[in-house]
Write a protein that binds this ligand. Sequence first.
Ligand SMILES: Cc1cc2nc3c(=O)[nH]c(=O)nc-3n(C[C@H](O)[C@H](O)[C@H](O)COP(=O)(O)OP(=O)(O)OC[C@H]3O[C@@H](n4cnc5c(N)ncnc54)[C@H](O)[C@@H]3O)c2cc1C
Length: 376
Amino acid sequence: MGGKTIIIGGGIAGLSCALKLQEANEDFLLITDTLGGRITYSAKDKINYGAYFVMKSYKNAKKLVSQGKLINPLDVCFHNSNDEKFSLLHFHTLKRLPQLLRFFFAMMEFSAHYEKFKKRCLTMSQIEAMDLDPYIRVLYKKTASDFIKEKRFEKVAYDYISKFSYACTGVGSDQINALDFLNVSMGILQPIYNLKFDEKSITERFRDQLVTDTINTIEKEDGMFILGGASGTIYKSEKIVVATPAAITKTLLKKEHIRGACKIYVYHVEAELKKIYTRFSLNLFPSSSEIMLTAKQNDGSYLIYTREKETDLLRVCETYKLITEVSWEKAMYVFGDAFLEQEPEEGIYIAGDHNGLGLEPAAISGIFAANRIINK
Ligand SMILES: Cc1cc2nc3c(=O)[nH]c(=O)nc-3n(C[C@H](O)[C@H](O)[C@H](O)COP(=O)(O)OP(=O)(O)OC[C@H]3O[C@@H](n4cnc5c(N)ncnc54)[C@H](O)[C@@H]3O)c2cc1C
């Protein structure tokens, strides 16, 4: 069984690659064990157990996921402690105006570089695109904390932005690089929406080219890739796109260095929250708290994200009943500055969020692989 190209992995990276190849009438097979990967959307309950939101600027990812409800920035509460908390409309925000302006100018500068960088990454590798823009390369090596200090918006970062970034990534600003931090922080300056993923229509779209299997081995023989599936099927192709999570890509391709992954635990609960957490739909916490966020859902239930398993949810709930629990032991690849090459050898393309967090960078990396295959 096979095709000219085999894509391994049906998350947003693999699906974006498949979509682009399909549009170009290229021959391919998409082999995956789940559809969506870290997008785990329950259409019945309209709940996301993995990736949660899309930004307005997610042009590429939004070819495969759609925008749901707007997340209202005025319905967010930022907690420093039980006694100190504020929303964006609080007097506290006004007090921070000079730092807010410095943050805003830093973001304007970043955004100009980053939009160009993302565009370039559709047709050139991330390394090549970074070589053209040293500003971005420096951000990959620098911690977010150093960037924040340099640009002198520490208090605004502590009170607001780092909490948003912690809620998105599960790590504090001393552990995340400035590029990931600023990429995520773009969500503070533009509308963000709950995401929806229509698994049925995607399955329909790729029906003839979609295979459910787990690839365990990749060998090369006489210029062809031979892939061993857990089902016992052997697949053959001229080119492969490895769009699996970094830890699996590392094993499949025998790579040495990848970035380390953080953990996120998602608890879906019916709950009565403690009174201080009931006024706003979204509560965000500092990275010293194991609980990253609470998010009220349309049906009145809550999602609670934590970075430690078995965190005591009674820290934020008076009472709760667990509906579902999802553990992401390798949620996002955030630690360190290892870089996975996108074209490690002839005929192999690596796609995914290994070098840049989130749905949009992952989608772009999939499109890049497709563009290389169709020679664009
Ligand atoms: C809890 C959580 C919340 C998040 N929230 C957001 C958010 O709000 N916004 C945002 O932009 N990003 C968010 N992210 C990050 C985002 O989900 C990821 O960056 C993105 O989904 C990565 O896509 P991917 O295609 O690279 O990998 P994945 O989505 O992990 O896809 C990999 C695919 O490979 C398949 N696979 C794995 N091994 C094999 C194998 N051996 N053989 C065949 N198939 C295999 C998997 O089944 C999966 O389908 C979140 C992540 C988590 C965990």
